[in-house]
Each structure stands twice: as structure tokens, then as C-alpha cells.
Write a protein that binds this ligand. Structure first.
Ligand SMILES: *Cc1c(COP(=O)(O)O)cnc(C)c1O
Length: 380
């Protein structure tokens, strides 16, 4: 108890007095200016130059050809699945240790998830577990991957970069090629993370980012789909509006559209936030170094990004010994005005996901009981 309290004081020595939030946004750049420009222009809704500019900035930053801005990260994931050819009744391989939106988007597309374990090194989908599950449960016939128990097509694989720590995308991409699976990258937490010289968000056939209020940059609410595939981009643009066939005045819609486009107002915020991304990344790296030292001096295990990768340090995490220890630290944090957080309830335990296939999920269970996320905002 004494040790835990001293540790919490160590967090105070990083962030200072008062309530310390897990991750709050900061608006110290051109946010007000761009929002005002946006209001002055009258283009506040789903058309406007800010949207196009924000998409361009993201294409350049991530190094992909096409970006489509959406109303949320969840809608970006949903559209990513729809536009890459995931059909109702298909199965999609993903991880259980993730935010609920990852799994929800699979259900939204009418597909069903299969939960694969995460790796001890990355906290994201484990390529070995993925291969093992596929070799025991799937076969490829005429370039289509079939689940030998359900007879359903397995169409896609959707790993997630947990807390910004890059998943082993190179190994996962190899498995996906072998099994003819579309690779959908849930990069919601990983803007600014990279593996070697490649950015997270550029590995999948299609990727999604989130700009929710707690992410590394925010548009209030929003997301973005990124891809190098012109057909995916075109389809994504079509379904994320109202699927209207362009015409001077006629209203003809050739399929179900979802009205998922990002409003210009939100894109204005996104443009201003992107100008500060490198500053955020630098300050967050400093915070993570302080946490590494703090954890080391108290004998806690700080979770470090895997070798050869660069994390954006979105959410710092330590891995404690037991669930009881975790709960004691979380309680003390709450009593002392520090917003510490456990991992998400793993998806395979939630009511709407409970009946789907999983592998053993040993590491998922291990991490779920022991993760403590530490306050990780960019300091004032
Ligand atoms: C934040 C997040 C999303 C999408 O979130 P929205 O709130 O819809 O923008 C998706 N997946 C993961 C892993 C996330 O953390």
C-alpha cells in the first residue's frame, strides 16, 4: 500500500496537482482560427475544403494514396470492411483484447468475429496464434479461405495496434497472403506509430483511424479510412455518403448509403491538430521515458513497444503481478484523483460476442487481469 501510494505520487511529480485525466485533448494551435474560417465560409457540414485538405494531410503523413474522412473510427472500420468485400455471413479474424468498436464494426458489416490471441511482445494479434488457428480450422479452396467447421468464408483479418504499440504487421501480412485474407488494420490508436520506415495505417489493404476526443489527435468525433486501392477508396466514398449518383438535380441512390462523412467543422479541428502531431509525439515520448524510470524504480513492469518499432505512446501501460494488485492500484488512483484504467473487458466475454469462436486466448486473459493504463495526456 505504501509502495503504491509512493508510486502514485511519482505520477503526480510528472503531471502536477489536481485531477489527472487518462487522456485529454489539447487545443493550443490553429484550432480556433480554422474553426472560425469554417464558420465564416458557411461550409460547416459534409462538404468543404477542410475535409479534402485534412484527407490530403493524412495521405501524405501515412504514405498512402487515398483517404476518406468519416464521422467516427467505428464508421471508418465499418466502411473499411464493406468496401474491401466483407459480406454478410463471412467470418473476420480479430483480437479479443481491443476496444469494443473493433468487434462492433464486424457485426455492423453482417459478419461474425473469430477471436485470436494477442502476443506477449505487442499486446496485439499474435501471428503465431493466427497461423495456428488457421491451420487447425481453415482450408483454402479456389483462393477462398473456408472455416472447416462452419463452412463459412473467412474473408478478412483485423489486427489492432493496442495503445499505439505496433502489431507485427509484416508477419500477419504474410499469413493473410497465404490464406487469401483481406488485411484490415485497426489503426485507431496508432497515428504516428511505425514499423521500420512504414507507418501504421499503411500495412493493411485498408486501415482506419479514430479522432475521438481521447485519441492522440481529435476532431471532436471522427475517423478516417486509408488505402492504396482505388476501388476500395471509390466504394468507401460512395457508401459513406448517401450512395447518390452525381447529377445536377436528380436524387438517384444506387445502394444503401450510411451518411458517415466527416463534417467540415470537424475537419477544421483535425487540420489544426495535425500541425501539432509531431509536438504531441515528442512530449508523449518524454512522458513515457519518465514512466519507464518510475516503474523501474518501484519494480513495476512498464510495457515497452517491441524492438524495431516506434510507438506513438498513446496510452502508457504497466503490467502488474495479479488482478488483486491491479484492483488495489486502480482503487488508490480513484481515491487520489488519478484516472488510471484497466484493460477493456475482452470482447469474447461481452453479451453480444459471447457465442463466437475463439482460440485459447491465454495471453488475452493474462493481460486483461494485469494491465494498468497510466495517465498519458500531453502535459500543459
Ligand atoms: C477509438 C477506437 C476505435 C474507434 O472509435 P470511435 O470512438 O468510433 O472513433 C476503434 N478501435 C479502437 C481500437 C479504438 O481504440
Amino acid at each position: 500500500m505504501e509502495r503504491y501510494l509512493k508510486f502514485l505520487n511519482g505520477i503526480r511529480s510528472i503531471y502536477g496537482e489536481g485531477e489527472i485525466l487518462l487522456h485529454r485533448p489539447i487545443f493550443k494551435g490553429n484550432e480556433y482560427k480554422y474553426l472560425k474560417n469554417c464558420l465564416d465560409s458557411n461550409y460547416v457540414s459534409s462538404a468543404g475544403t477542410m475535409i479534402t485538405e485534412f484527407e490530403k494531410v493524412m495521405e501524405t503523413r501515412i504514405g498512402v494514396q487515398y483517404a476518406v474522412a468519416t464521422s467516427s473510427g467505428t464508421s471508418a472500420l465499418h466502411v473499411a470492411l464493406l468496401s474491401s468485400g466483407v459480406k454478410p455471413g463471412n467470418e473476420v479474424l480479430t483480437q479479443s483484447l481491443t476496444f469494443v468498436a473493433t468487434g462492433n464494426s464486424i457485426l455492423q458489416a453482417g459478419a461474425t468475429p473469430v477471436f485470436i490471441d494477442v502476443s506477449a511482445d505487442t499486446m496485439g494479434m499474435c501471428p503465431k496464434a493466427l497461423r495456428k488457428w488457421l491451420s487447425a480450422n481453415a482450408k483454402v479452396k479456389n483462393d477462398v479461405c473456408i472455416n472447416i467447421h462452419t463452412n463459412m468464408k473467412i474473408s478478412a483479418c483485423m489486427p489492432m495496434h493496442t495503445f499505439g504499440n505496433p502489431v507485427d504487421m509484416l508477419s500477419i501480412r504474410e499469413v493473410c497472403r497465404e490464406y487469401h485474407l483481406i488485411l484490415v488494420e485497426d489503426s485507431a490508436e496508432a497515428l504516428g506509430s511505425s514499423i521500420g520506415s512504414e507507418n501504421c495505417g499503411s500495412f493493411g489493404d485498408v486501415a482506419a483511424f479514430s479522432f475521438n476526443g481521447n485519441k492522440i489527435i481529435t476532431t471532436g468525433g471522427g475517423g478516417m479510412l486509408l488505402t492504396n486501392d482505388a476501388d476500395i477508396a471509390k466504394f468507401a466514398r460512395h457508401v459513406s455518403t448517401t450512395a447518390k449518383i452525381p447529377h445536377a438535380f436528380n436524387f438517384y441512390h444506387d445502394m444503401l448509403g450510411y451518411n458517415y462523412r466527416m463534417p467540415n467543422l470537424n475537419a477544421a479541428l483535425g487540420l489544426a491538430q495535425m500541425e501539432n502531431l509531431d509536438y504531441f509525439l515528442k512530449r508523449k515520448e518524454e512522458i513515457s521515458k519518465k514512466y519507464l524510470n518510475l516503474c523501474n524504480s518501484f519494480g513495476f513492469k512498464f510495457f515497452a513497444a517491441p524492438k524495431g518499432t516506434q510507438t506513438n505512446n498513446w496510452l502508457n501501460a504497466m503490467i502488474v503481478e495479479t488482478k488483486d494488485e491491479r484492483d488495489e492500484i486502480l482503487n488508490l488512483g480513484a481515491l487520489n484523483g488519478l484516472q488510471l484504467r484497466p484493460a477493456w473487458e475482452p470482447l469474447h466475454t461481452l453479451p453480444h460476442f459471447r457465442h463466437f469462436q475463439t482460440d485459447r486466448l491465454d495471453m488475452t486473459r493474462y493481460f486483461t487481469d494485469r494491465i494498468v493504463n497510466l495517465p498519458s495526456s500531453v502535459p500543459e
